[in-house]
Design a protein around this ligand. Structure first.
Ligand code: T5A
Length: 210
């Protein structure tokens, strides 16, 4: 059987540059000879993408319902794509994962952490990322980038104070799990941030990048 691959998640607030950096990291890893799966949350499988549409444009949902829907989509993603890909020895890069529910629904909207713990237990099959890159930048800079890109979803329309709690939430997650998480300063041009991301991956997961 192939050796288990690696599971890397990119997290952060709106417009932090996760999608941009995920593509660049995937490119680097492929050049280094890795088989890479690029995916995202909510979404990643056809069934989870259907829930994504409901989550981002339907509702409004109260916080427990939001968490249930995010974890429902995540369950499809974990069982339908992530675990099989890891078992096949691939590197899975996910644009958001369970930390987003902790940051957005718990820190941002006040969902009790105990609810997150219970949903994670029944949903994730014990899966934790090998490395989580938290792209960090001031809230107003991220929201400006997202606004310039256009097509803002229900979360992007929430007030700045909410996004400040989300940012603080991601930093708290990184502080609580420093071995798994690395905070990357994302307030720079894409090339500079990509170099920072690659340096962290090379240091934390030796052997993946030259
Ligand atoms: N959500 C999700 C929850 O509430 N709970 C959960 O459990 C989960 C999983 C997902 C929403 O769902 C919420 C959080 C989100 O609000 P989404 O559309 O996937 O919705 O939102 P984001 O993941 O935030 O996607 P964004 O596209 O807004 O942000 P990214 O991916 O961080 O940023 P990116 O790379 O697309 O870049 C945004 C813009 O900035 C430019 C890009 O060209 C683009 O135009 N850019 C830069 N500009 C200057 N300098 C840089 N370094 C730049 N990097 C990118």
């Amino acid at each position: 059987m192939a050796a288990r691959g690696a599971f890397i998640t990119l997290e952060g607030g709106e417009g932090a540059g996760k999608t941009t950096q995920l593509r660049r990291l995937a490119e680097r890893l492929r050049k280094a000879g890795r088989e890479v799966v690029e995916t995202r949350e909510p979404g990643g499988t056809p069934s989870a993408e259907r829930l994504r549409a409901v989550l981002l444009e339907g509702g409004p949902w109260e916080p427990v319902t939001q968490a249930l829907l995010h974890f429902a989509a995540r369950r499809e993603h974990v069982t339908g794509l992530i675990l099989p890909s890891l078992a096949a020895g691939r590197v899975v890069l996910s644009d958001r994962f369970a930390d987003s529910t902790l940051a957005y629904q718990c820190h941002g909207l006040g969902l009790p952490r105990a609810v997150w713990d219970r949903l994670a237990e029944v949903t994730l099959e014990g899966l934790r990322p090998d490395l989580t890159l938290i792209l960090d930048l001031p809230v107003e800079r991220g929201l400006a980038r997202a606004a310039a890109r256009g097509g803002n979803n229900r979360y992007e329309r929430l007030p700045e104070a909410f996004h400040a709690r989300v940012r603080a939430g991601f930093r708290a997650i990184a502080a609580a799990e420093p071995r798994r998480c690395a905070v990357v300063d994302a307030d720079a041009d894409p090339e500079t941030v990509a170099a920072r991301v690659a340096a962290v991956v090379a240091e934390r997961l030796p052997g993946l990048l030259p």
